[in-house]
Design a protein around this ligand. Structure first.
Ligand code: PMP
Length: 376
């Protein structure tokens, strides 16, 4: 089954298509996917694994789909070098449900949260249902445009919750925090964009719809030993142990999205994995931030270079040029750029540079910005 899927891969042809693509997709999520993923999903929607049926029409318990789930889980483990003693799950409910499931399963006495944006705040809100939540630091005072640095994490908390990439505000914790307590991380918008030392984490979760696949699936990586220690009754569907025992099939999984995730995981492996894609991601981010720092018309919203996200680059018109915002958006749109409008809580623009976005799209954006500068 695995071999059959591999046989029909054609990465060279896909690469050609990426170069000649017409739209440059900067949406924050759902967002750009590799051509390979789209092509394989399109094929499987019509004929899945030679069954003569759509991937949407077959039983999730049939051997063909079980193989998809198994391979997707195995590839997450391989690409992120997940050590023994961890389970990888494909669930539903998005990262938003993980805001609740994390404390349900791991909160014993008290927990610590780093507040770096609206998603972090939403995660913290759910944890408060279970008891004392310590906000170790917050960057809300400057509309989350920086990452707090000097904060202390009490040594007696069950975990420190972080949001590694702040999709709305354009900041990213690009390395694993050095703390003595287990970490729980929302990696929705930068999972698989760089290597991670998984053993520092009790839990990692991510909605699929940025670096992985279509919306509808959520990836969870959980340390088995961390579970079953809260002493509380956990409703069946919210208990990670249910899904570990059920091998992500306790209830009907999101079959089509999981199939899509598998294709992206295969694509990523073919690109050289997370180490190789990190290099490309650094080049893409440096290219765009370099232009933002140079171009007189634009300013990045995150001043400190070390805090700037490689995945979501947020920027506004520079002081004195604010009136040009709509004109620039229209100008870029006319040249095939989509998804550049910033989130309403930051304004301006946001260019999301997820794994699947080719460097050529960033270069195209830079040349549009230069052209616009020369007009003004
Ligand atoms: N966390 C982060 C960092 C996000 O970017 C998002 C969605 N964009 C969420 C959580 C919420 O994810 P979902 O919509 O899958 O619940």
């Amino acid at each position: 089954m695995v071999q059959r899927t591999e046989k029909s891969c054609n990465f060279a042809a896909d690469f050609t298509k990426i170069i000649i693509m017409k739209k440059h997709n900067f949406y924050a999520g759902p967002s750009i996917l590799p051509e390979y993923t789209k092509q394989k999903v399109a094929e499987a929607v019509l004929d899945f694994a030679g069954t003569g049926l759509s991937v949407m029409e077959v039983s999730h318990r049939g051997k063909e789909f079980v193989a998809v789930m198994d391979e997707a889980i195995a590839l997450v483990k391989e690409l992120l070098r997940v050590p023994d003693g961890y389970s990888v799950l494909f669930l539903q409910g998005g990262a938003s449900l993980q805001f609740l499931m994390a404390p349900y399963n791991l909160f014993r006495t008290k927990v610590a949260y780093l507040n770096t944006g609206s998603w972090a705040s939403k995660a913290m809100k759910e944890a408060k249902f279970f008891g004392e939540v310590i906000e170790v630091a917050s960057s809300k005072d400057r509309n989350y445009n920086y990452l707090p640095k000097d904060y202390a994490v009490p040594t007696d908390v069950d975990y420190l919750h972080i949001t590694t990439n702040n999709t709305i505000f354009g900041t990213e914790l690009k390395s694993d925090p050095q703390v003595s307590v287990p970490i729980v991380a929302d990696m929705s918008s930068d999972i698989l964009s760089r290597p991670v030392d998984v053993k520092k984490y009790d839990l990692i979760y991510a909605g699929a719809q940025k670096n992985l696949g279509p919306s509808g699936a959520t990836v969870v990586i959980v340390r088995d030993e961390a579970l079953g220690k809260t002493g509380r009754q956990i409703p069946t569907m919210l208990d990670y142990q249910t899904h570990i025992k059920g091998e992500s099939m306790f209830n009907t999984p999101a079959t089509l999205p999981v199939f899509g995730c598998l294709q992206t995981l295969k694509w990523l492996k073919e690109q050289g994995g997370v180490e190789a894609i990190e290099k490309v991601n650094i080049t893409k981010a440096d290219t765009l931030y370099g232009e933002l720092d140079r171009n007189k018309l634009f300013t990045p919203t995150v001043p400190a270079a070390e805090d700037r996200s490689r995945m979501n680059v947020t920027f506004v018109m520079a002081p004195g040029y604010e009136a040009l915002e709509k004109e620039f958006l229209d100008f870029a749109t006319a040249q095939g750029m989509v998804g550049l409008k910033g989130h309403r809580s930051v304004g301006g623009f946001r260019a999301s540079l997820y794994n699947a976005l080719p460097l050529q799209s960033v270069e195209a954006l830079v040349s549009v910005m230069r052209e616009f500068e020369s007009k003004h």
